[in-house]
Design a protein around this ligand. Sequence first.
Ligand code: NAD
Length: 291
Amino acid sequence: MLARKRLLITGVLTRKSIAFAVAHEAQLAGAEVLLTGFGRTRRMTERAAARLPDPPDVLELDVNAEDDLAALAAEVEQRWGGLDGVLHAIAFAPADAIGGKFLETPPESAMEAFRTSAYSYQALARHLAPLMDSGGSVVGLDFDASVAWPSYDWMGVAKAALEAVNRYLARELGPRGIRANLVSAGPIASPAAGGIPGFDGLSGSWPEVAPLGWDADNPTPIARAVCFLLSDWSEAISGELLHVDGGAHAIAGVAPSRAESTAPFRVRLSAERLVGASGRASWGRASRRRP
Ligand SMILES: NC(=O)c1ccc[n+]([C@@H]2O[C@H](COP(=O)([O-])OP(=O)(O)OC[C@H]3O[C@@H](n4cnc5c(N)ncnc54)[C@H](O)[C@@H]3O)[C@@H](O)[C@H]2O)c1
């Protein structure tokens, strides 16, 4: 599916990063891959890279540094003479912008979350699109921003911005034959997820809502959807938000087939989960769907 595709994949920190699964599946599908890493954590990216089927080089990229972006584009051009696709798998929010402090977050922290997690999608595309002479594909990773989640706070706001950036990229880059799409993923137990208070509640309740079920330790279905969007098979798709979440985004309450035999009990359980024993809302999708 990705034979002869030259792909730049950002966001690999460890083997549990969603981007690691993307790099893995992309290589299995025949792609040439380069990774990026930055600063003190670059060594971790290099260690993860060594575990891929064909260990790729890791190029330096702090996505907020224009110099890094320019040097990255120059390096990719020198190595490959062009580029066919790029994955944006980057997100960051300061501790006071996530975890239930929404009303206390200072503007600097909200703006840092926005810059690193949303504006950076434009920055990456702006620097790399000139290398996609014969068209290409930019893909980003989203967490459904159509609702307000417990604890996700300003990262949720940044993801809403990311969804808007995606539409504008599709508009601006389409005439150059470059597509822009997001995959809205269900919860995955990645390094970033470990820093989100309440993540376990979210990933624990997701399988009850998703009609297809959900395994937070398996990012491969997300990776395969990203590979599809990076491939020519998505040639007429742009500005799209593709949910890879076991179907949870489309379902109110618990998944029908799972609820069927125990519906009254399940509805009560779902309502109880809204506040839990501690009186605090859980970080689950069910928490916005009061029966
Ligand atoms: N884990 C989930 O449940 C989940 C669900 C939906 C979407 N996502 C999204 O998937 C993407 C990848 O996250 P992940 O969960 O695999 O976690 P992760 O921690 O493995 O990846 C986040 C990456 O962002 C990178 N990063 C942060 N600041 C950066 C900067 N200034 N410059 C360059 N890189 C920077 C980190 O180095 C890291 O590699 C993120 O956009 C995240 O929001 C995650």
